[in-house]
Design a protein around this ligand. Structure first.
Ligand SMILES: [Zn+2]
Length: 269
């Protein structure tokens, strides 16, 4: 049975910090309503390459989106393209690089910040371009899109955790507290989303290091969380998950036909 999906991408959230600091999500895990998995990001552990990886299932070494300054449309079939091909409704509240990868490139704020165009892969968008754009405002943008357009696929992509890491580093109160704040902000919305029958994926592109950057192979740069929330997930305790499988996971939940890498152990049979 097809499901609606909310894909929450918390930029720059290392696994250990998600595990230690996100008490609402961990409370849902403890109550048996969510599961937390650890996965290793593709390489390099950089944002734009890994947005492409998460949303197409193709790692940077194959997609050609190998660093953040590559500003062009993706040449691959994304989750948004798959959803549109099946006639589903798509939306995103996201950093503007997502608009550049799948809608229009380069991003022109006056044209693209508020997007409503049924012909685009992301039909309804609220895109921001300041790394300090507040996470709670971003979540309200996503909730606005959900209530107004009833999307089958909604991407919500926040930036404050990554921003805090670039200012203060991995092992810092600022970085951990940004994750704690995001957890609290999510707790305002998750119960309503789950009651409405959405299947929710919460994950990250990459983590953070103590040099206030990321890109390499350190555990704190590569290990990221995957929380699954909703009745369509298996909530199996031990599942090996690859980052390239999350596009296919969302596509399977949406009932789409696709040739992406998939992980059916995460889905209830
Ligand atoms: Zn970053």
């Amino acid at each position: 049975m097809p499901h609606k999906v909310i894909f929450v991408l918390i930029d720059g959230l290392a696994w250990q910090v998600a595990h230690d600091c996100m008490g609402h999500l961990q409370g849902l895990c403890e109550a048996g309503r969510a599961s937390l998995y650890r996965l290793t990001s593709a390489l390099p552990s950089l944002s734009r390459p890994l947005y492409e990886c998460l949303l197409t299932g193709i790692p940077p070494v194959d997609s050609g989106v190998v660093h953040n300054q590559i500003t062009r449309l993706s040449t691959r079939t994304s989750l948004f393209h798959l959803a549109r091909a099946a006639g589903l409704t798509t939306a995103a509240a996201s950093y503007h690089w997502i608009s550049e990868l799948y809608n229009r490139s380069p991003y022109l704020a006056v044209r693209d910040r508020f997007t409503d165009d049924p012909a685009l892969p992301i039909q309804h968008g609220i895109f921001y371009h300041a790394d300090s754009y507040p996470d709670d405002h971003l979540l309200l943008d996503g909730e606005y899109l959900r209530q107004r357009h009833d999307p089958d696929l909604l991407l919500i992509h926040s930036m404050n955790v990554d921003d805090a890491g670039h200012h203060a580093g991995y092992d810092s109160p600022q970085y951990r507290n940004a994750a704690r704040r995001m957890d609290i902000f999510l707790s305002d919305h998750l119960p309503g989303w789950l009651d409405a029958g959405y299947q929710v994926i919460v994950t990250s592109d990459h983590g953070m290091n103590n040099d206030r950057s990321h890109g390499g192979i350190l555990a704190e740069e590569r290990q990221v969380p995957l929380f699954t929330l909703g009745s369509a997930f298996s909530h199996a305790p031990e599942v090996a998950v690859r980052q390239i499988e999350l596009c296919g996971l969302a596509a399977d939940l949406l009932g789409l036909s696709h040739d992406k890498p998939r992980n059916q152990e995460l889905i209830r049979r």
